[in-house]
Design a protein around this ligand. Structure first.
Ligand code: ATP
Length: 309
């Protein structure tokens, strides 16, 4: 079976600046593919070539078996697209705006499309009666998501789809992605938030400096194996405690502050968290934070050499 998205040696230059460098990326039908990378990595550029907003400097791009340059309206009807920067400034209400999109882009009859739009608006908590230009950033983003999903396209191309959405709405969005996959739709989404991609995607490519530095299933990328930790411990023997933590495997960048019997320590763990937790156990732990570092840091730590190429 042909891949739903076939990107081969895609190269895009803006003047002397190379935004995407000889990129190869294939997405199989019925899968959810995550494109992840720090700001400026080339995600938006790649997705825009798929919907023919920009054209490659060289290389080839095919979606649903066609060249986006020549697919025209018939191809666009089979796609749902959420742009990275959504501009909705019209006076029309959400409902009117979506009706208009349903008429111009629906493969199904527009009544069914609008029913789906209303259901999605309910799920996302969007008031369709308000003029779109008066909506907050997050609510505009919901309009963007609905117009992409409502006609049940074969392929969804979503550029940073959760930007501006609060966590509950993000969760609903991830459910929409799972339902799309269950219905046999193919999804390509970009993000600079790792946890979102971890929950949604079957396969992932990590983009940095316009190149794929790693790809595969989410677990194999080890991106999730890096965590930032901070703890506050009650102890009268800071030096001994510090020595205990110096021995924890995988803990680097350890910083320790000692004040009034409270030891504040922070660092980065690459790999298993268990040795760190065991090292905490003998102490009275006053506070503990374990968090995902920003993606840029994880990518640089794991794939620094490839990023510099
Ligand atoms: P972000 O998450 O910040 O949107 P991104 O991964 O989507 O980042 P792109 O927007 O594709 O990255 O940008 C890739 C590179 O190309 C960046 O260095 C950017 O400055 C550059 N670039 C993008 N569009 C243009 C343009 N129209 N003219 C010049 N340079 C551009």
């Amino acid at each position: 079976m042909t891949d739903t998205i076939e990107i081969d040696r895609l190269h895009k230059r803006y003047g002397s600046r190379v935004a995407v460098h000889e990129l190869d990326l294939h997405v199989r039908p019925g899968t959810v593919f995550g494109l992840i990378g720090p700001n400026g990595a080339g995600k938006t550029t790649t997705l825009r070539t798929l919907v023919d907003i920009i054209r490659p400097s060289s290389g080839t791009v095919r979606i649903l078996g066609e060249d986006p340059r020549h697919g025209g309206a018939a191809l666009r009807r089979r796609i749902g697209y959420v742009p990275g920067e959504l501009h909705l400034e019209g006076r029309a209400s959400g409902h009117r705006t979506l009706s208009f999109y349903a008429q111009v882009s629906g493969t199904r009859d527009s009544a069914a499309t609008l029913r789906t739009a209303r259901d999605l608006a309910d799920r996302l908590g969007l008031d369709l009666s308000r003029p779109v230009r008066t909506l907050s950033k997050g609510n505009k983003q919901k309009v963007g998501l609905i117009q992409a999903f409502m006609h049940r396209p074969e392929l969804l191309i979503l550029d940073e789809p959760t930007s501006g959405l609060d966590p509950l709405v993000q969760r609903e969005f991830l459910q929409m992605v799972r339902e799309a996959k269950d219905a046999g739709q193919t999804v390509l989404l970009s993000s600079h938030v790792l946890s979102e991609i971890q929950q949604a995607a079957d396969e992932v490519a990590v983009l940095a400096n316009g190149r794929v530095v790693a790809d595969g299933d989410v677990a194999s990328l080890r991106l999730g194996s890096i965590r930032r930790v901070r703890a506050e411990l009650a102890t009268t023997d800071a030096a001994a405690a510090r020595a205990d933590f110096d021995r924890v495997p995988g803990l680097t960048g350890l910083e320790v502050q000692d004040a009034d019997g409270i030891l504040r320590l922070s660092g980065t763990i690459d790999g298993a968290i268990d040795p760190f937790i065991k090292a905490l156990a003998p102490f009275e732990v006053r506070d503990l934070t374990v968090e995902e570092p920003d993606l840029e840091e994880s990518v640089l730590r794991l794939y620094g050499a490839e990023v510099q190429r």
